[in-house]
Design a protein around this ligand. Structure first.
Ligand SMILES: Nc1ncnc2c1ncn2[C@@H]1O[C@H](COP(=O)(O)OP(=O)(O)OP(=O)(O)O)[C@@H](O)[C@H]1O
Length: 241
């Protein structure tokens, strides 16, 4: 099956610095692909390139068979940034119903998306009265309600309690099982184990594009964090050699 996203030799500069160095990777359809790496490694920049809002220096990004950012992709790709982008002076329900209407969907779809992110009890509250984590979940509900084919989520579980994190991850897998492609970034390695595939970034370079099992076997350890460190050391030795 064709990849949902193909990134080839991607170079991105931000300000005066090169922040992505000839990155190449693919994202398979109908799976949860994790984008993992330390803060500043380039995860958000790669996501921005995939959704077509990042100016690129060179290379190609193809999304659902089209160049990233094509007008035709707008309704097919959902993107949730780290900064919640919803209307603070509207309630949760009003926000999600508004985004539902933009996608030709009704109140029932909005209510289902609100339930998916665990906000049913807060549906009547103004967004400005919610916590940061709750606001992030309103953004997520607004993206879910459009039922995009590709969902790109920048650190969606930051600040969430463990129970909700587990629930959201099972929701991500249910979406993938129904055919949605998800790209989910995190800097928490324990979330890596929940992904079908892992893209590991460090200092703007892709260290690995593999399954968690392949990464464990390459690192000779069951601990993904250890395996990541092994890969970092291996890459440093290759660079030094
Ligand atoms: N608007 C900007 N102007 C200039 N440089 C930027 C800008 N935004 C990010 N950068 C730089 O680009 C690099 C990659 O940043 P990016 O936000 O993609 O990393 P990240 O892995 O998503 O980090 P985090 O996990 O902290 O969100 C960093 O060195 C950062 O300082």
């Amino acid at each position: 099956m064709d990849a949902a996203v193909t990134v080839t030799d991607l170079v991105v500069h931000r300000g005066a610095r090169r922040v992505l160095h000839e990155v190449g990777c693919t994202v398979p359809p109908g799976q949860v692909t994790g984008l993992l790496g330390p803060s500043g490694s380039g995860k958000s920049t790669l996501m921005r390139a995939i959704v077509g809002v990042q100016q690129v220096r060179s290379g190609q990004v193809t999304v659902l068979g089209r160049p990233a950012g094509s007008a035709e992709l707008r309704s097919r790709v959902g993107y949730v940034t780290q900064a919640p982008s919803v209307y603070a002076d509207l309630t949760v329900r009003q926000n999600v119903r508004y985004f539902a209407a933009l996608h030709g969907r009704g109140a029932a779809a909005a209510d289902a998306a609100i339930a998916d992110v665990g906000l049913t009890d807060a549906a009547g509250q103004l967004v400005e009265q919610l916590s940061g984590g709750q606001r992030g979940r309103v953004s997520l509900a607004c993206a879910l309600v459009g039922e995009p084919e590709l969902l790109v989520l920048d650190e969606p579980t930051v600040g969430l309690d463990p129970v909700l994190r587990v629930e959201l991850w099972s929701r991500f897998h249910a979406l993938a099982d129904a055919g949605t492609t998800l790209v989910v970034s995190s800097h928490v390695m324990d979330e890596a184990a929940r992904c079908d595939r892992l893209l590991l970034l460090r200092e703007g370079r892709l260290l690995s594009d593999s399954t968690p099992a392949e990464l464990r076997s390459r690192g000779g350890t069951d601990d993904l964090e250890e395996a990541f460190l092994h890969l970092v050391r291996e890459t440093q030795q290759e660079v030094a050699a």
